[in-house]
Design a protein around this ligand. Structure first.
Ligand code: DX5
Ligand code: ZN
Length: 226
């Protein structure tokens, strides 16, 4: 079982004070930053791109985990890698040639990840599980922070953990969307290790304290994992 990590999702931060927000989240225990990239086509929202990654790169040393919710991600992988991305995740649903796209990410020096939406079975990933650093299970429909966790995500996380064990693979399991103090123990017990949390960290109150509490809840759940 790999280390449980908190990945604060900057979408929920206050972009007018992004530097201090992300430093507080890292001080609270965040060990990578999740950057939600949306193009208004693959998902019904428009967010940030390589310039924001380049700015973050200048002020933090933790890995930047770029979640590309965009059509035809091949066009932008070089730009995100040049901007300083460390991990790049692409949606299975957005890639006509997923195997080629995952190799392209690795050729640009980044760790490749593949993402599945709530309606996409993890079994569709069988042929690429040996190519990826992580599999990202969307536990909400992508496009917005602050949505409600979809419970069936737990079955998908558990199925991935079984597939990994059976095939003796070493990809990591990331979960994204609606993870907070009420759901974090369940996702960890199901087998998730990379916990993307936006609203739960940045949405209210003390960012540093929120991150620390969430990480504590996640780590204590591993003690009761079956
Ligand atoms: C949704 C994004 C998630 C989202 C998580 O499309 O991929 O990363 O920002 O935010 P919360 O934790 O608020 O659901
Ligand atoms: Zn995301």
């Amino acid at each position: 079982m790999t280390k449980i990590e908190l990945l604060p999702s900057v979408l929920a931060s206050n972009f007018a004070q992004l530097g201090s927000d992300v430093h507080a989240a890292i001080e609270g225990g965040g060990t990578a930053l999740h950057v939600d990239v949306m193009d208004g086509h693959f998902v019904p929202n428009l967010t940030v791109g390589p310039p924001l990654v380049a700015s973050l790169r200048k002020v933090v040393s933790v890995p930047l985990d770029c979640h590309l919710m965009i059509e035809d991600p091949d066009l932008f992988i070089p730009a995100f890698a040049d901007a300083g991305a460390n991990w790049i995740s692409v949606h299975q649903e957005a890639c006509a040639n997923l195997d080629r796209t995952l190799h392209l990410i690795a050729q640009h020096g980044c760790k490749p990840g593949v993402v599945v939406n709530p309606a996409t079975p993890v079994e569709l990933l069988t042929e690429v599980l040996d190519l990826v650093h992580h599999v990202l299970v969307m536990s909400v429909n992508p496009g917005y922070g602050g949505q409600k966790f979809i419970p069936n995500s737990l079955n998908k996380i558990a199925a991935l953990a079984r597939m990994r064990a059976e095939r003796k693979l070493d990809f990591r399991i990331e979960v994204d969307g609606g993870v907070d103090l009420t759901t974090v123990a369940d996702v960890v017990k199901a087998g998730a290790e990379l916990l993307v949390i936006g609203t739960g960290v940045f949405g209210h109150g003390d960012i540093r304290g929120n991150a620390a509490k969430l990480l504590e809840a996640a780590r204590s759940a591993t003690l009761t994992r079956v």
